[in-house]
Design a protein around this ligand. Structure first.
Ligand SMILES: C[S@@+](CC[C@H](N)C(=O)[O-])C[C@H]1O[C@@H](n2cnc3c(N)ncnc32)[C@H](O)[C@@H]1O
Length: 233
């Protein structure tokens, strides 16, 4: 897709909260220095090879959208030091938590974006990512709000543009209507093949899965997570 064909920013809005509790002074300091070190500059053109964004040599680049407090992102970045990770989280308190963690344990294979993920997706070069994780996106359970969900035809087109052929899009949710919604939208889009050999695959966590904060809450409240994996054709 050429830049002029990309979905227009004027047609969409960010619906989530940006702030919760006040950020404590120590977190504010970590946020400021962390964003200086890890934040991507979207005012400059994206490099044609995303691997050059990282301080260390990486063989592939993966994206996590809406990382919350960063527990999963941190786990994956530590587990795979030769993979570059871009994490996106517009919620200030979540980003502050992540920046506290990387202050204690710096990561040369991490970069972040603290705004709407659609901006980052439109900045990335085509076929540049080795994977996208969308883990427990805001569920918008009421039918009148379904159109606010991150999975949509326009965002799947963004995913299809930036994923390399064979790369995975992983989607986890505890909200049945969102799981069905995602299956239907991916099927309708046509660029994604759902990878589930048998019904049980749907409820089997991903390899090395550390869980997420939101997932723990969902399980405590009696909801059953689903883990979908789609492959970019
Ligand atoms: C329900 S929380 C889940 C957080 C985390 N993935 C977890 O499982 O604990 C959804 C997160 O997505 C973020 N989010 C919502 N809309 C977003 C957008 N357009 N771009 C990036 N992140 C977004 C929210 O700020 C929130 O932190």
């Amino acid at each position: 897709m050429s830049p002029q064909d990309r979905p227009s920013r004027t047609t969409e809005a960010f619906f989530g909260r940006r702030r919760g509790k006040p950020v404590r002074p120590q977190q504010a300091a970590a946020l400021e220095s962390g964003l200086d070190a890890y934040r991507l500059d979207l005012t400059a053109d994206a490099p044609s090879d995303l691997r050059t964004l990282f301080e260390t040599e990486v063989s592939a680049v993966r994206l996590e959208i809406g990382f919350g407090g960063g527990e999963h992102l941190l786990h994956r970045a530590i587990e795979a030091p030769t993979t570059g990770f871009i994490g996106v989280e517009p919620f200030v308190n979540g980003m502050a938590k992540m920046m506290m963690a990387v202050r204690a344990r710096p990561l040369a294979n991490l970069r972040v974006h603290d705004d709407d993920a659609t901006r980052l997706l439109d900045w990335l070069p085509p076929a540049s990512l080795g994977g996208i994780d969308l883990l427990y996106p805001d569920p918008w359970p009421k039918k009148k709000h379904w159109k606010r969900r991150f999975v949509s035809p326009v965002n799947l087109e963004r995913f299809a543009r930036v994923l390399k052929p064979g790369a995975k899009f992983r989607f986890a949710s505890d909200i049945d209507t969102y799981v069905n919604w995602t299956l239907l939208h991916c099927r309708a889009h046509g660029a994604f093949a759902w990878q589930a050999a048998e019904a049980a695959d749907w409820h089997r966590p991903y390899e090395g899965w550390p869980g997420t904060r939101y997932e723990a809450k969902a399980i405590r409240e009696g909801r059953r997570p689903a883990y979908l994996t789609f492959v970019r054709k």
